[in-house]
Design a binder for this molecule. Structure first.
Ligand code: XMP
Length: 511
């Protein structure tokens, strides 16, 4: 199965996972207290215990099942994981309120396996308060820093390792080598996580799961649903029913573009449904972001159920496929108990009593992996390079209440923004760009008259997978042109802002 990561709430758990996948090995995150039988069944080649914010001696300190240590699997504890191994196996951790933080020098004492290929001294990155003062029996020290004598240890017989520092962050100069040593030398993993293999495995898995049953998939202007649909189309062709619902929250020209693209890509059963009124009526007066997301998610499902009642006169539909990807689940806190919920991605906010069985072919993949899978499936380049567009559409970019007037304004602004980015050859360099309409108005002047109009915020971010993001440094002359065009061409807007917030602490979308 690859490497199982038990998450004790570290902000770096996902970085560990990414690093391992980048090295060509599958890895999956589990809550720290995952049922041991799940791990036994998956039979991973190795286990990593992540870091975490808690102190090991707090009453509420997170603990995994102790039986994990006698599974006979190689284990690597990182930071909190290192201390947990110590505590559980009989060593001693000293409480400390003083933090050792930042870049430190690790003096390496043993280069046999975990530290193979490293120099006598290496830069590592620390972030801890408590420290280990006595290793458990059977453990030997592999490296020390000035402040932390037991910065790394090993039990050769049990293949249990611990490091107090973070090999997954780029500030640890040989961090990747350390992880490589763990997964290949110690766990004997094979390099099998390539996009070609992912495709092959997904096809086999879906074939088994779906058999000869009908599958319904809701498609949108986004890449995730397109890649999921293309994958399913390859496997079940005639039995796949694509439903494209116009919820009234699509971008300018999106309806036309999506319909023509799916036709060109050879999808046989493509159904378009105009449900604008249904959605917009339900959203009338709703301002709370989570309620908006839930209403949209539930209305989609209701629409699907209604549509299938007609379809089922011809064909039995058992499954509903969704383009959910890994970060959607992370931010809806479906992957880990120790993570907090940031927002409910609409794919995941399903009513409890639902008629369909859900399949989510892309649920383990990050956005960049989905794009690579899209290329592998020969989805046209211009579609793979399209910016992500969220399921709830413009609803989460219109802060506050949604009205026809606001939707119209936002569509026009967004389309000018994107058009200018394309003209200036910036679209492909930016990970995602869009406009959002703020729920306040500002005073302005047009000709000789006072105006009291909407404020627009433009957002363009650089990212790798949407989990973190930086704002794009669009040249000022381009921003100037965009602002001028918006203020001149879109009625109802008298102020344009450019959002320079990073994620975190902001998110990419506004709601
Ligand atoms: P946030 O706002 O969470 O966005 O930083 C990260 C990425 O996810 C997209 N996003 C969604 N996609 N359904 C989706 O299919 C959703 O409910 C949803 N919410 C956010 C967002 O556009 C960005 O690319």
């Amino acid at each position: 199965m690859g490497i199982a990561i038990l998450d004790f709430g570290s902000q770096y758990s996902h970085l560990i996972l990414r690093r391992i996948r980048e090295l060509g090995v599958f890895s999956q995150i589990f809550p720290y207290d995952v049922d041991i039988n799940i791990i036994k069944k998956l039979n991973p080649e190795g286990i990593i215990l992540s870091g975490g914010p808690a102190s090991i001696y707090e009453k509420t300190a997170l603990q995994c099942d102790k039986k994990l240590f006698s599974l006979g699997k190689p284990i690597l504890g990182i930071c909190y994981g290192h201390q947990l191994i110590t505590k559980e196996l009989g060593g001693k951790v000293e409480r400390s309120d003083k933090k050792e933080y930042g870049k430190k020098i690790l003096e390496i004492k043993d280069k046999k396996d975990l530290f193979k290929g490293l120099a006598d001294q290496e830069i590592i990155w620390m972030s801890h308060g408590d420290k280990i003062i006595k290793s458990p029996k059977g453990f030997e020290v592999l490296g020390s820093t000035k402040e932390c004598k037991i910065s790394a240890f090993r039990n050769s017989e049990k293949k249990i390792y611990g490091v107090q520092f973070h090999p997954e962050v780029s500030h640890t100069s040989k961090g990747t080598t350390i992880l490589k040593n763990f997964i290949f030398r110690i766990c004997n993993c094979r390099k099998e996580w390539t996009i070609k293999n992912v495709k092959k495995e997904l096809i086999n898995k879906i074939k088994k799961e779906v058999g000869n049953e009908g599958v319904l998939i809701g498609v949108s202007g986004g890449i995730d649903s397109l890649v999921a649909a293309t994958l399913l189309n390859k496997i079940i062709g005639d039995k796949l029913y694509c439903i494209f619902i116009d919820n009234g929250l699509l971008r300018q020209n999106e309806k036309r573009e999506v319909i023509s693209s799916y036709k060109k890509l050879g999808f046989k059963n493509f159904n378009f449904v105009n449900a604008r009124e249904e959605f917009l009526n339900k959203l009338k007066g709703v301002t709370d972001p989570e309620r908006k997301r839930k209403i949209i998610g539930h209305t989609f499902i209701k629409m699907f159920e209604k549509i299938t009642r007609d379809l089922e006169k011809r064909e039995k539909i058992k499954f509903l496929a969704q383009g959910t990807i890994y970060p959607d689940r992370v931010e809806s806190a479906k992957t880990s108990k120790s993570a907090s919920k940031i927002k409910s991605h609409h794919n995941l906010t399903l009513p409890k009593k639902m008629k369909f069985q859900i399949i989510e072919p892309l649920k383990e993949l990050y956005k960049d992996e989905v794009k690579r899978l899209g290329n592998e499936l020969q989805v046209p380049k211009e579609w793979v390079s399209r910016h992500p567009f969220p399921g709830p559409g413009l609803a989460i970019r219109i802060l506050g209440g949604i009205t026809e007037e606001r939707i119209k304004i936002l569509r026009e602004v967004d389309s000018i923004f994107i058009e200018e980015l394309r003209k200036n050859k910036l679209y492909e360099k930016i990970w995602q760009a869009f406009a959002a309409l703020l729920p306040v108005k500002a005073v302005g002047v047009m000709g000789d008259n006072r105006t009291y109009n909407y404020i627009i915020s433009l957002r363009a971010v650089l990212s790798r997978d949407g989990m973190t993001a930086d704002w794009a440094k669009i040249p000022l002359h381009v921003l100037e042109k965009i602002s001028n065009r918006i203020l001149n061409e879109v009625k109802g807007v008298n102020r344009v802002l450019y959002d320079i917030s990073q994620k975190p602490p902001a998110t990419i979308e506004y709601e």
